[in-house]
Design a protein around this ligand. Structure first.
Ligand SMILES: Cc1cc2nc3c(=O)[nH]c(=O)nc-3n(C[C@H](O)[C@H](O)[C@H](O)COP(=O)(O)OP(=O)(O)OC[C@H]3O[C@@H](n4cnc5c(N)ncnc54)[C@H](O)[C@@H]3O)c2cc1C
Length: 609
């Protein structure tokens, strides 16, 4: 298994030199404590925990998997001890309000933590990750008494949380949810009955209690998405009185564990609610809207899985490519004293490594800037400032499907490339490269498939709600950057390409918008190509920005890193523009292809053999 080493230099480069996090934190109320020294300490401590405690459990967790013993899910060996260390370190509440036991840091501090944890061991990181989803939902929608009962133990990590949306008949189309909620007559209390499937962290042995956030219907609710409400349903009811702890068993059981391709250390459960007591949070029949408040931040979390996969697989592949020898480089011997040259001297192997590097480092830049918007949105939510929240949420809403769809697709590609660099050995379990492929495949599926992200981007964010303005706004920002760099001749290859692609992005949007007036299927047929085009062009913008900073640091000689670090950034940016960005062109062409070729084959004629 690749020995995970947190890429702290790269993280600091983005935080301090590209995105100016210190200034960003100064603008935030929650940023008062996040001084550069504190951020540095947290980064270093978290890196150490992830490298020394979580990473060593990644491969064994895959081999052990989860199992049900006496009706209770047992996690892989070592997970419980690691989790205890995790909560003892106060990591769960890092970015959550102090009044509920958290440390009150900005949301992005939690994001950095999640990145390192998720790259070191995604299966483990799922447990606290799902709790964060539950905590965020409770903060926003639960009344004070329920916050007091549930939020503190969740923030401290002694209880864990889940998000229970999916049912056997529906995952994307939650309008089909059938779980029932019968009123108990008092205190927004209900009896919840139904079966949820694919519930991550649905049951486990890490905490004394598990708090489920559940979608269900009250009697007489309208059909479809307009009749779904949101409930808190714990596995054990909170103990009576103010002493904390757990009380009576609430008839929430794990029916079975899903046997799946990857993330085997993460328990994916069928969860049965059998007249289990639950409390409604948020307004009746507005459950889906409540659930979606933090959807953008949750999707950024999943996009992180793509970046983490690219990073981990790159670390493994790079080490191997320097060690393993095969034949001679076409341009002549590179290591004449050795029996053969190392893999890294072959251009095709470099193509694979540089693709991984470009996606891992570029994707990280995309996420860290989106994180700043999420910080601003979270601050507005906590201040109850709906107008400001909406402003930032709309901005984030455009980025999120691109981040989630594009970075998970590319992260998976990078995981595959890492395996390819190992040749046949990549397919053998011992090296851990095939595990990264298996673990990453899910990222393009859950939290909305790539197809659904693409529909959200093109259909909702671009065409329906903004009539193309979202693209104009983003490309406007890119063009402004290009104009600022106009006098920098070394940046010309980047800014010239960006200018052309921005024009093409707007053209593509208008063409699809016009076609959609007579052919609605075009939104679905063009969506994924539109998303991938958007991803490749956005990533180009971040690489250009990193190159501009690198040139500047080299010129001034005031960078925190070595000259080689900045030169490597520029060279990787050149690689990206030459070899990956051109893929955007084929996506643009495919997006504009008529829907006819997709829709003309009769359903009965798909298989005539
Ligand atoms: C390991 C794992 C963990 C999970 N964790 C959780 C969890 O913690 N909580 C939870 O609630 N759920 C969870 N899920 C469920 C997951 O979110 C869903 O599986 C996912 O959203 C897709 O839903 P589905 O499986 O029903 O696919 P479907 O909705 O049946 O989609 C099937 C295919 O059709 C496409 N499609 C569907 N509708 C359209 C449309 N209108 N237009 C175009 N294409 C369409 C999709 O893109 C997809 O390719 C998890 C799933 C897995 C496998």
């Amino acid at each position: 298994m690749p020995q995970y080493k947190a890429p702290q230099k790269d993280m600091r480069f983005l935080l301090n030199e590209v995105l100016d996090y210190p200034a960003h934190y100064k603008r935030l109320k929650s940023g008062a404590e996040a001084t550069p020294d504190v951020v540095e300490t947290i980064l270093a401590e978290c890196a150490s925990f992830c490298e020394k405690v979580l990473a060593p459990l990644n491969q064994s967790g895959d081999a052990d998997g989860c199992e049900i013993v006496d009706g209770q899910v047992v996690t892989p060996k070592g997970f419980k001890q690691a989790y205890d260390q995790f909560i003892a370190g106060g990591w769960q509440g890092l970015s959550h309000p102090v009044e509920y036991g958290g440390q009150g840091m900005p949301m992005t501090m939690g994001m950095l933590k999640q990145e390192m944890m998720g790259t070191a061991n995604w299966s483990f990181a799922m447990y606290p990750g799902l709790s964060l989803g539950a905590m965020n939902t409770i903060i926003l929608h639960a009344p004070e008494d329920l916050k007091r009962a549930f939020l503190k133990p969740l923030t401290e990590g002694v209880w864990a949380g889940t998000m229970c949306l999916t049912e056997p008949q529906c995952g994307t189309d939650l309008g089909q949810v059938t779980s029932k909620a019968e009123p108990l007559g008092t205190d927004r209390k209900y009896k919840i009955t139904g079966t949820k499937i694919f519930i991550s962290s649905g049951d486990h042995d890490l905490t004394e209690n598990i708090v489920h956030i559940v979608l269900a219907r009250v009697p007489g609710a309208p059909k479809g998405t307009r009749g779904i409400s949101l409930f808190i349903v714990p596995k054990y009811l909170p103990a009576e009185g103010d002493g904390g702890g757990i009380g009576e068993y609430n008839k929430v059981s794990c029916g079975s564990l899903e046997h799946k391709m990857g993330i085997k250390g993460s328990a994916t459960c069928v969860i049965n609610f059998d007249d289990s007591v639950g409390w409604m949070i948020g307004p009746e029949n507005k459950g889906l809207e409540c659930m979606f408040t933090f959807m953008n931040t949750a999707r950024i979390g999943t996009a992180m899985q793509g970046v983490g996969a690219a990073e981990l697989s790159y670390q493994g592949a790079l080490a191997y490519a320097k060690e393993r020898r095969s034949m001679r480089a076409l341009s002549g011997k590179k290591e004449p004293d050795k029996v053969a040259d190392a893999l890294i001297h072959h251009a095709d192997v470099r193509r694979m490594l540089l693709t991984q590097k470009a996606i891992a480092e570029g994707g990280r830049a995309m996420l860290y800037e989106a994180g700043q918007i999420a910080d601003l949105m979270t601050e507005a939510i906590l201040a109850g400032d709906d107008k400001t929240r909406e402003h930032w949420d709309n901005k984030l809403g455009f980025y999120t499907p691109i981040l989630k769809g594009f970075l998970t697709e590319l992260g998976y590609e990078c995981a595959n490339l890492g395996m390819q660099v190992f040749g046949g050995h990549g397919y053998i379990k011992e090296h851990g490269m095939e595990q990264i492929v298996r673990d990453t495949r899910i990222a393009t599926l859950y939290e909305g498939t790539t197809g659904i992200q693409a529909l959200d981007l093109l259909g909702r964010k671009v065409l329906l709600t903004t009539k193309g303005k979202a693209v104009q706004e983003f490309t406007g920002k890119v063009l402004k950057f290009c104009a600022q760099q106009a006098r920098n001749r070394r940046m010309l290859p980047f800014t010239w390409a960006l200018t052309k692609y921005c024009a093409q992005w707007n053209y593509l949007t208008v063409r699809i918008m016009l076609t959609a007036t007579r052919d609605r299927d075009v939104v679905s047929s063009a969506a994924v190509d539109f998303l991938m085009f958007s991803g490749f062009v956005s990533l180009a913008y971040y690489w250009a920005r990193m190159a501009a900073v690198a040139y500047d640091k080299l010129d001034k000689g005031d960078g925190a890193e070595s000259p080689e670090f900045y030169q490597a950034k520029i060279k990787t940016a050149e690689f990206y523009f030459d070899r990956l960005l051109p893929r955007a062109k084929s996506h643009a062409e495919a997006a504009l292809a008529p829907t006819r070729t997709l829709m003309q084959l009769d359903v009965e004629h798909f298989a005539l053999g």
